[in-house]
Design a binder for this molecule. Structure first.
Ligand SMILES: O=C(O)c1ccccc1NCC(=O)[C@H](O)[C@H](O)COP(=O)(O)O
Length: 187
């Protein structure tokens, strides 16, 4: 989320978590801007800093600067990287492939996010025949208000995550789509 209107739409729709992208992206926000947005978010909604390949030491500084309560790591982070965030909820993001370790907690994370190979791209991946994890895992990748209920019914994730599927155009969230997505996911 990049704007107060995005945040307001997500909170009032009943989202359980709101993410701020600190990686290069049309959705990228500065840590200070994220902190200002996060201050308006009730404690019942988890605030998440999203990183890709930023060294863990620096990501921990940015997470502290932004005041987020969770950290989501995309990219080539080794197990040791997860030790840099003792005060945060940890989400390990990974694309599903034969080499993926899909055991939740394998790297010390609290939640595992199974995403498409290019995060934030809206690319869907085929769940058919996949060996999916159990426990606290999140499904992402090409989800939309129209397909999220079916995806949940098929994969039984603990939660779902969306970005481009609730955007009117790249990097610009649409409050009505956010509302429709949360309603469809929770329904
Ligand atoms: O969203 C981005 O631009 C992004 C950039 C770099 C690293 C991660 C990024 N997003 C991570 C997410 O959690 C997205 O919500 C997830 O990949 C789903 O995206 P989408 O398929 O567009 O719904």
């Amino acid at each position: 989320m990049k704007t107060a209107a995005d945040v307001e739409a997500a909170v009032s729709a009943g989202a359980d978590a709101i993410g701020f992208v600190f990686a290069r992206s049309p959705r990228q926000v500065e840590p200070a801007a994220a902190r200002a947005l996060a201050e308006a978010i009730p404690d019942s909604v988890l605030t998440v800093g999203v990183f890709r390949d930023l060294p863990a030491e620096r990501a921990a500084e940015v997470a502290a600067e932004a005041g987020v309560r969770a950290v989501q790591l995309h990219g080539d982070y080794p197990r040791e990287a997860f030790a840099h965030f003792p005060d945060h909820r940890l989400i390990r993001a990974t694309a599903l492939s034969r080499d993926t370790d899909i055991k939740v907690g394998a790297f010390g994370e609290h939640m595992l996010l199974l995403d498409s190979a290019i995060p934030g791209s809206g690319e869907r991946w085929d769940l058919t025949g996949m060996d999916l994890p159990t426990g606290d895992w999140l499904l992402a990748g090409g989800l939309t208000p129209a397909n999220v209920a079916t995806a949940i019914a098929e994969a039984h994730p603990w939660g779902v995550d969306v970005s481009s599927g609730v955007e009117a155009r790249r990097g610009v969230k649409d409050p009505a789509m956010i509302r429709d997505f949360v309603a469809a996911a929770k329904g």
